[in-house]
Design a binder for this molecule. Sequence first.
Ligand SMILES: Cc1cc2nc3c(=O)[nH]c(=O)nc-3n(C[C@H](O)[C@H](O)[C@H](O)COP(=O)(O)O)c2cc1C
Length: 189
Amino acid sequence: MNPLSKFKAWFRLAKKEYPFDHTAFNLSTSINNKPYSRMVLLKKILPDGFIFFTNLNSNKGKQFKSNSNLSMCFYWDNLKKQIRIVGKGKICLEKESDEYFSSRLRGSQIGAWASKQSSLIKNRAFLIKKYKDYEKKFKNIPIPRPAYWVGIKITPIAYEFWEEGEFRLHKREYFYLKKNEWFRKILSP
Ligand SMILES: Cc1cc2nc3c(=O)[nH]c(=O)nc-3n(C[C@H](O)[C@H](O)[C@H](O)COP(=O)(O)O)c2cc1C
């Protein structure tokens, strides 16, 4: 049994509860034996992976370039459900990133140029000025995708589905890949 169908079923339930926020997940990266976590948005579910978009020059981008093992964690409190995924990240084809970038609001496209994500800035006025400068630069023309703004596809090697149970007897189902086949195990809460 491929756990992707279970993921999709829970994701659909979550969408009903949180029409936008259900896509938010915690993404963990690591570098030099130190872990780092932050929220990002899941933008595409494919048979072979989950895509989010980010700036490759950001801290997470640098961490990913040094170690492509990534971990994802979703929690939907109304459903009392958590999904954890471990996988390998890969930069998407340019076409994939171009397509998504061009679907974004113009303001967000300009923002992607203006913000050198994770770099230090003097103050907020500096950022707003950069935004205005790019707004002028791209006036009346389509905005190209910055080369550093990319999709990353995470191909899972393990999933864990967690559901709250009475008396803390939660349900934990663990799926892992072995020789291209998914295996299922039950874990103690
Ligand atoms: C709900 C939520 C969704 C976010 N979605 C994204 C996203 O899809 N991509 C992204 O690069 N940053 C996103 N962010 C911002 C990141 O959490 C983070 O602040 C930023 O990417 C810089 O992280 P870094 O310095 O570790 O690279 C989101 C933040 C929140 C709270």
